[in-house]
Design a protein around this ligand. Structure first.
Ligand code: GDP
Ligand code: ZN
Length: 300
């Protein structure tokens, strides 16, 4: 399913696309979400009337949301039923800050989406310093339990790698502009021609009809969702003491902190800070954690 203004493109099991409108009941339903249907939704279509209508949205396995407007209680569903979220990152040209990668991983944890980290464009890493970083970062995230792939478009078996990564899955792609997202997908599936740095804003007449995510079918099976408007990994409705639940290395220590709602900042008897002092938690990860707390709306 993808939406364009107030009409929705629904892909049928045989691959054909069908343009549908939305049954009024779904539009009016009391809901905290500003959009009742999102990219990736599975829907039931009613073909009885003059034109096809989305009659029901089936239960979602997961979804990605963000606040519709800052500080509002309502949110926008960006995409649903995502099999994996892939962060395309680079050690250089452009450097992807670890804070970006960590925030991406926290988002994936919070929304129950398996995360994959791809270090791309590694052919550009001539300096030893860069290669050492690559090895250290790949090791850091692998040890945390994440799948890490190292890729270069210049490698002979690049296409094979990317096809294996994307085949038969719904993948949500993120990464800084220039990290090589479009090149990656286009080289794996030349027919697709995902636009580099493309912005796909479809504004309908109503409010909140702008969509930031687009879903592209892959010729070898599966879909990629790209969301060029998705820049910040907002967490919606999360308490301060909850943030560390989304850092696996901290999550496992939480029962050992003296206070059950420990924020691992000023509290005595904190197992997370002990682990940090012992070098068992990476400083870069803890710094991201602190920055995320800092950025949250007060009060505590
Ligand atoms: P996007 O903004 O993430 O979609 O990034 P693009 O796919 O547009 O890639 C940005 C630039 O990096 C383009 O000029 C690509 O040709 C280049 N690029 C992408 N992948 C690689 C790679 O593996 N190696 C090298 N050297 N360049 C690459
Ligand atoms: Zn603690």
């Amino acid at each position: 399913m993808r939406s364009v203004g107030s009409s929705y493109d629904v892909r049928l099991p045989d691959g054909r696309a069908l343009t549908c409108t939305l049954r009024g009941r779904l539009r009016l339903e009391e809901n905290k979400a500003t959009n009742p249907v999102a990219v990736g939704d599975h829907v039931r279509v009613d073909l009885q009337g003059e034109s096809p209508v989305i009659a029901d949205v089936l239960p979602r396995s997961n979804h990605l949301i963000r606040k519709a407007v800052k500080k509002s209680a309502r949110y926008q569903v960006l995409a649903a039923n995502i099999d994996q979220a892939i962060c395309v990152a680079c050690i250089d040209l452009p450097f992807t800050p670890l804070g970006y990668i960590d925030r991406f991983l926290v988002m994936a944890e919070a929304y129950h989406i398996p995360a994959v980290l791809v270090f791309n464009k590694v052919d550009l890493l001539a300096k030893d310093k860069h290669l050492q970083k690559l090895v250290a970062f790949a090791e850091l995230y692998r040890q945390l339990g994440y799948r890490v792939e190292v890729l270069s478009a210049l490698e002979a078996d690049f296409r094979q790698h990317v096809v294996a990564l994307l085949k038969d899955k719904v993948s949500f792609l993120v990464g800084l502009s220039g990290a090589g997202k479009s090149s990656l997908v286009n080289l794996a599936d030349p027919g697709l021609n995902l636009r580099t740095g493309s912005i796909s804003l479809h504004s309908g007449k109503g409010r909140h009809t702008t969509t930031f995510a687009e879903m592209h079918p892959l010729s070898f099976g599966g879909y990629v969702i790209d969301a060029p408007g998705f820049k910040e990994f907002d967490l919606v409705d999360i308490a301060r003491a909850e943030v560390s639940h989304y850092f696996p290395e901290m999550r496992q220590l939480l029962p050992l902190c003296k206070y059950h709602n420990c924020t691992h900042t000023y509290e005595p008897g904190c197992a997370v800070k002990d682990a940090l002092a012992m070098g068992e938690i990476a400083e870069s990860r803890f710094n991201t954690y602190l920055n995320m707390l800092e950025a949250m709306e007060k009060p505590y």
